[in-house]
Design a protein around this ligand. Sequence first.
Ligand SMILES: [Zn+2]
Length: 370
Amino acid sequence: MKHLLQNQRKLFLSGLLLLAGFLLAACAKPAENYTIEDFLKVEKIDAHVHAHADDPAFLEQARADNFRLFTINVDYPDFPPIEEQQRVVVKFLQEYPGRIAYASTFHMAGWDDPGWQEQVIRHLDSAFAEGAIAVKVWKNIGMDFRDQAGNLVMIDDPKFDPIFAHLQGKNIPLIGHLGEPKNCWLPIEEMTVNNDKEYFKNHPQYHMYLHPEFPSYEDQMNARDRMLEKNKELRFMGAHLASLEWSVDELEKFLERFPKAVVDMAARMGQVQHQSQRDREKVRNFFIKYQDRVLYATDLTHSPGADAGQFKQEVHEKWLTDWKYLNTAEMMSAPEVDGEFQGLALPQKVIDKMYRINSEKTFPGAFAAR
Ligand SMILES: [Zn+2]
């Protein structure tokens, strides 16, 4: 009898051990993360690019790497005129149905004319008729454009209200590149990432450290926040991590304050990597907590005259490097950041949201073939 009991106990204990082993194996299950090999397999969207060269290279690379492109027209002196950007993207919509979608924008010229708002609304409506599904406002508002009296126009100016109300009524999202990375207000040598150092070296007119008479970083963020307070129902995507790229804590405050807002990562991956060099767990936890609010994006720009082969290679490398950082736990480096950092190894379901689902929700029907 005693012997039998002992046997039963042995059996029970080995059962327990087996269960514990099974649970451990389940927790360490590698399928939690995508690998480098999964890059081509997974359907992805780059939610912020500029495809305005009349050349198929960008679209071809997107197809090869299983990406769809959300291209954003901008009133930017470095880019072709808005009308030319529009012509090229409408052509792409026809030639690559379902592969590309776009956001329109508007000119600030004519601001002082009494009919400016109506003119902008008419222009935007014609862009919507041509397939635009969002509208972009750019940093020229707040950092460059002045009215006839010489005052800098900020984004919370009441003159924008009818335009934003029009978008809200149509449920069209507004994309805001407002302000700049915080680095813009620092001397070059104090900037945290190499891409900012290079950009502001080449664009001193936008390097606010050199222009202390302009609004401060905080002024820009406050104007944006006041605009959002006025337009609570407006769907908003803060481009470039809403210019809060330097701190996931600040970004968290913004996302909590404006529950309708989402942010794109365009051109700010270096800032994220820089933060993760200092506290990887904190950055990783941020992306897990806000997995429904962040859109993967690069700001890759195909300008007219660029070498097609070289551009394709650059695009592929950028997409692959970002994939490695967000999906794996490997030690790695990137041109934007000095020194090594470790990948975030975000779970597959977080990746699927950042790389596709959040874009599809922000821009519903954007990629429907027309
Ligand atoms: Zn951009």
